[in-house]
Design a protein around this ligand. Sequence first.
Ligand code: NB4
Ligand code: NI
Length: 183
Amino acid sequence: MITMKDIIREGHPTLRQAAEEVAMPPSEEDKEILKSLLEYIKNSQDPQISQQYGLRGGVGLAAPQINVPKRMIAVHTKDTNGDTYSYALFNPKIASHSVEKAYLTSGEGCLSVDRAVPGFVPRYARITVKAFDIEGKPVKLRLKGFPAIVFQHEIDHLNGIMFYDYIDEKDPFKEPEGATPIE
Ligand SMILES: Cc1nc(NNC(=O)[C@H](CC2CCCC2)CN(O)CO)c(F)c(N2CCN3CCOC[C@@H]3C2)n1
Ligand code: NI
């Protein structure tokens, strides 16, 4: 199982690399890696397991964060009306997106960043994601709200982008023009 010692921290070069596409159909090894990402997130949301293994809570995780520069992400979270979004995907890409922006009013953090970086992170309010599921089947997701924010944070990791790259240094809590706040 993945624990915090497997998660690389800012300064590690892999976090600033573009990750490689995963060959489809996925190898058994790539499937195991992807499953381990989703397992970490679920474990981190379990009070008993997360406490026992000292896991930082997460709703998403990308393979580069465990020093695997391959295009794989996992997301496990609920949206505001309580629907669960649980995905483990290969080669996700944002096929289209809204002009409208959105941001988490609480700002963002990262399991690879051992410090608070305050500020709003402007992201697209709605995105269409094309990817392949754990068996290599093509999937198309239309996302908005909190899940859309999480997916963008994870897909950024595949391109070497960190959440604080978007924070306006001069005015970190400036409301991004016309953006939707997400509590
Ligand atoms: C918002 C939030 N970010 C948590 N951590 N950061 C992460 O997930 C990073 C990714 C998120 C940062 C902002 C968008 C994506 C990890 N990232 O670095 C991967 O690239 C949380 F843990 C968390 N929740 C709320 C839901 N809760 C359910 C019960 O269990 C605890 C859990 C805590 N919400
Ligand atoms: Ni992150």
